[in-house]
Ligand binder design. Structure first.
Ligand code: SAM
Length: 276
């Protein structure tokens, strides 16, 4: 899904704002799409909001095959961006139910309209101020960075590695993944999660089968301390936490092993390790 989002944002700079608006205004809102069946959509959205979301998605899905694909992609992108806002959930940064949130039944239409207007303004800015860059091609690769063999060498590598604690990216983005058909059941969601750098909500089996290729004294020391703290507390959500932590460093080591040799001499590797 992230590949779709990045690709759509990077490669739709030449879309005519006028054409986007025409397609959006002519969406046929008489055919409903189905909310993802494997998610608890009835719990996540109020009944009225859900009906309107299904109408909006139905309108996008029933666009004629001759419609400019970049416009279809931008509309799906806009649609995905409003889902959590119109739901009963909030991201802070983890996805969870909000007791105080109230959403008007027409919010899907109002927010979708706002988002499309915002995209139109962005396209106008790009086309007025960055005209020379419009045809610059960006390549987005969908791959596991623990395994991906880069064919080029790079001047600059930037990454913000995943959080290990309390942020399960798949759980956090399952609503968008479901509605955009990037996952059709829980098994597919689990498969995505298992291929990612580990988080503390991963399946127990994955940790049981973990065979490290990397360790050092300080990792072993951290593991011993975690083990001691778990014993002191008597009970902890994840008894296998020392191994989850080990796997996190092991996974990141695998990423570095693939990336570092591909940095050019005097190149830079920028890694975000914390936000103050
Ligand atoms: C802290 S976020 C950074 C997100 C990104 N910089 C952004 O601004 O959207 C970490 C990202 O790493 C991704 N990730 C986790 N494991 C990965 C893997 N094995 N290969 C590639 N990406 C992975 C997660 O899906 C998540 O989107």
């Amino acid at each position: 899904m992230l590949k779709f989002i990045a690709e759509t944002k990077l490669n739709s700079w030449d879309v005519s704002p006028k054409e986007l608006l025409i397609v959006f205004n002519k969406l046929d809102l008489s055919k409903s799409a189905n909310a993802p069946r494997f998610l608890k959509s009835d719990k996540q959205f109020s009944k009225e909001v859900l009906i309107n979301l299904e109408l909006l998605k139905g309108g996008i899905d029933s666009l004629s095959p001759s419609t400019n694909q970049k416009i279809v992609d931008l509309l799906n992108l806009a649609f995905s961006s409003i889902l959590v806002d119109v739901s009963k959930l909030k991201r802070s940064p983890c996805l969870g139910y909000s007791k105080s949130k109230r959403v008007d039944s027409h919010a899907p239409f109002v927010l979708m309209n706002q988002k499309v207007q915002q995209i139109i303004e962005d396209l106008k800015t790009i086309q007025n101020e960055y005209y020379d860059f419009i045809s610059t091609k960006s390549e987005v690769v969908l791959a596991n960075s623990m395994e991906y063999e880069h064919s080029n060498k790079f001047d600059l590598v930037i990454t913000s590695p995943p959080y290990m604690n309390g942020l399960d990216y798949v759980m956090n983005y399952k609503i968008e993944m479901g509605w955009l058909n990037f996952a059709n059941n829980q098994r597919e969601l689990k498969k995505v999660k298992d291929e990612m750098v580990v988080c503390d909500n991963v399946s127990k089996g994955l940790i049981r089968d973990f065979h490290p290729i990397y360790t050092n004294d300080w990792i072993e020391d951290i593991k011993r301390n975690i083990q001691k703290n778990i014993l002191r507390r008597g009970k902890y959500r994840r008894q296998d936490m020392p191994y989850i932590v080990h796997k996190y460093f092991d996974d990141m080591y695998r990423v570095f092993k693939m990336v570092v040799p591909k940095i050019k001499k005097n190149g830079r590797f920028i890694l975000v390790v914390g936000i103050v």
